[in-house]
Structures are given as structure tokens and as C-alpha cells.
Design a protein around this ligand. Sequence first.
Ligand code: CUA
Length: 363
Amino acid sequence: MQTTSWVPLFPDQASDFAWQVDYLYFYLILVSVAFTIPIVAAIFFFGIKYRERERYSTPDEMHGSILLETVWSIIPFVISMTIFLGGAIVYYNQYRIPEDGMQVYVVGKQWMWKIQHEGGQREINELHVPVNTVVKLTMTTEDVLHDFSIPAFRTKTDVVPGRYTYLWFKPTKPGKYHLYCAEYCGLNHSGMGGYVYVMEQDDFAAWQSGNVSGQTPVEQGRDLFENKLGCASCHAGGPQQRGAKLENIFGHEVKLVGGQTVVADEAYIRDSILNPGAKIVEGFQPIMPTFKGQVTEEQIVALVAYIKSLSGVTGSTSSASSAPVSNTAPAAANTIAVPAANRGQANRQGSNPNAPASSNANR
Ligand code: CUA
């Protein structure tokens, strides 16, 4: 944290890839300065040296120089390739989402950030995370384009209407860091920000246990599915099953009417709720009504979390197919019931918030 009264030139380096971004940035500055100084110097030098017009009105002609052309081709080539490589490495490290990590859901809205943890903790314009833990954000917005940006972590990602985007970081230093919206999104864009609190593991565990309020996303999703929206009336197994089976589909290919297949990822589940006629699963009729306008983005996030849990997936966003599928129990009469393994997990999250399910794997 900046304690001086000076305007800080640089934010803290508080994530594990922050230094890489800074090295690249300093390299770009170095290259720019290394060109600017000789160019400006040459302007003045030649301006003074050749100022007498009459004596130098016809300069000597030059007809090609292999040496000169080679030099002015190779040097910029090397410089541009080092910039490209540096940028590619930083990008690769930053936008390849690790498999394990703590899952957090973010919904942007004019003009606030609504955040929900897997254990059910909710925050607005604040995000509490433990130090030295991979934190993965699944983000969307209720209205316009926003951009979730944490300068101290040197990372940001657009938050796009109708899509899920992902952001991850591994904080390395406890502290309080600015969180911004980095995309102009209307009148109070500049006020759409807050703080990320990076806490020691113990402090975070204490914060978590003191902030369990309401349902976890999976529980909220199950409630919507079984009660409020009535999805279970069609999607539950049994003789009157009219909707596609939802167990163990996440991360797997689904056969559609017409012979196509689609991988059931978060975007597919979301689309199927809002635009169910677009991708009909083989063997089913296009009878499902759209839920557009009836569910908020937060509720869709919860429904997606619940449907993922039916496949034994709780946290992983990037590599669903490699996530452990824990539901090996034989199908019960009501196949919509949460698999026992997941129910246990949900309970553990509620009663022992020190250990969120997804970060256990890291320890
Ligand atoms: Cu949200 Cu700018």
C-alpha cells in the first residue's frame, strides 16, 4: 500500500505475474527512450550543421548500401521480435486459467460489482481473498460492457453482456488494493470500483466463517431449479421426463437434433436457459419456454453452478472435462437430486468455511 503522499507512479506488485508485466513495460520504455534520444539529437545536430542553404543546396547522392540496409532491417527485427516474445509469454502466463483454485462469481451492473463466493458469502465492490491462493473469477454483466481491473495484480478482463469471461490471479502480498471498472460504462463509471482485500489464510478463514449469509450458488441454483422456476418438473428423471438429462453432461459432448454435437460448457447452459430452441438435444421436443427476462444474471450463475454440480464439477472453469466426476452412485429414482458427494461438499462449505471445496486441492 502506498503510504507516501506522492502520487504513486506504480501500483504495488501484488500478484505472481505482476513483475513479468512490469519487466515488459520497462523494456518498452527502454526501447522508446533509446530511439527517441538519438532521433532528437540528430534533428538538432543536422539542423545546425546543414543550416547554410547555399553551400549544401544539392546534397551528395547515394546509390544503395547493403550494410546500411542490413543494419536497419536486422535491428528493428530483433527489437520487434523480443517485444512480441515478451508479450506472448506474459499473455500466455496470464490468460491460461489454472485448473485448481478458488472460484468466485462476479456480476457487473451499472454501477457496481456484485460478488459471490462458493461458500455463499456475498459482497458488493469488495473482494476478500486469501494470499498465495489461485483465485478464479467467472464474470458477466446485467447490462452493458464493463471491465474488471486490479492494477496491483496487473490484470483485467472485459465483462461482456451475454457471455462469461474469466480472470484469475494469485495474490502474493496481503493488503488492500484498488479495484476498478476499466471500460467506460455510463455516468458513474468512475465510481464503479472498490477494493480487493488480500488476507492471510487464517484471517480469510475467519472472515469466511463470519460472513456466511444465505445460500451457496449451488444451493441457490437447486432452489431455483426445483422450486422457484420449476425446471425439475421436466428435467427430473422418471416416466414423465420431457427435458434433457442434466447429470454428468458438463464438459462432455451433447448430441443435438440434426446430428451436430456441442460441448456442454457454461455458455451452452446459459444459452439453453435463455434461448432453449436454438440447440435441441437429440430425442427431445422443442417445448421448453425461454427464461429470458425471468431470471437475473446472478440467478443464471447459480443455475449454471448447480447444473455443473450435477456433473461433480464445483470450481473448475477452464477444463471441465478433466475435472473429477465424483458421482458414481447408481442413478436414484429422482435423478435430479444432488449427487451425495456434492451434497456433502455443499454442507462442508457451509459448516466449515475454513476449507472451501475448491481450494482443498491446493493444500
Ligand atoms: Cu462499469 Cu465502467
